[in-house]
Design a protein around this ligand. Structure first.
Ligand SMILES: Cc1cc2nc3c(=O)[nH]c(=O)nc-3n(C[C@H](O)[C@H](O)[C@H](O)COP(=O)(O)O)c2cc1C
Length: 172
């Protein structure tokens, strides 16, 4: 269950050698979290296991960013993203996430694994302003058209830079 949490400005910063790892079912239900995930999320392992991964969703993150993530991993591809997450106490922490599908012997998706490491500070500044524009466009468009509006903002940023999504992420 997702609780109503008021975000605060308190940041937790990942250490250079930290890895936050979680695994989910194909529908995004958490099936594993390592101790560093427990530490940064502020939830106990018992609270995390069986919850939807949106339990740590931060309201500053645009919906269209997650749509792109799900479209990519559900197609069997890996996905990289900078993500702002919210801890149980309302604090936040930035991660650089690599999400990969886990396949069975027949090539069916069994679930997903995400490994996150400490993001570069200048990258956070750039991507957070892209996310803020995407979020503003989503809010202005209203719920029904939010995803399309947020995606359009991202596509125009990529178009201006002449880069693919992955090229932008790795150039940050
Ligand atoms: C393996 C995996 C890891 C994920 N990690 C995060 C994460 O760190 N933060 C997050 O907000 N969503 C994460 N998600 C996406 C969530 O499942 C969800 O789509 C997102 O929080 C948006 O929630 P909403 O659809 O309720 O708005 C992850 C999904 C998967 C499959």
């Amino acid at each position: 269950m997702k609780r109503a949490i008021t975000p605060t400005q308190v940041e937790r910063v990942m250490r250079d050698d930290d890895f936050i790892v979680s695994k989910t079912s194909p529908k995004g239900i958490i099936t594993y979290g390592n101790p560093i995930f427990v530490e940064f999320s502020g939830y106990t392992e018992e609270e995390l296991l069986g919850s939807q991964h949106n339990i740590i969703r931060h309201p500053d993150m645009p919906r269209s960013a997650f749509k792109l993530a799900w479209d990519t991993i559900a197609a069997g591809k890996e996905f990289f993203a900078y993500v702002k997450n919210m801890s149980k106490d309302g604090g936040y922490y930035w991660v650089f996430a690599h999400i990969t599908p886990d396949f069975d012997a027949n090539g069916q998706i069994l679930g997903y694994t995400s490994v996150r490491r400490c993001p570069k500070r200048p990258a956070i500044e750039i991507i957070s302003s892209v996310y803020a524009s995407m979020l503003a466009a989503e809010k202005a468009a209203g719920a029904r058209d939010a995803i399309a509006a947020g995606t359009d903002v991202l596509l125009s940023v990529l178009n201006d830079k002449g880069m693919s999504y992955e090229e932008l992420i790795f150039a940050l």
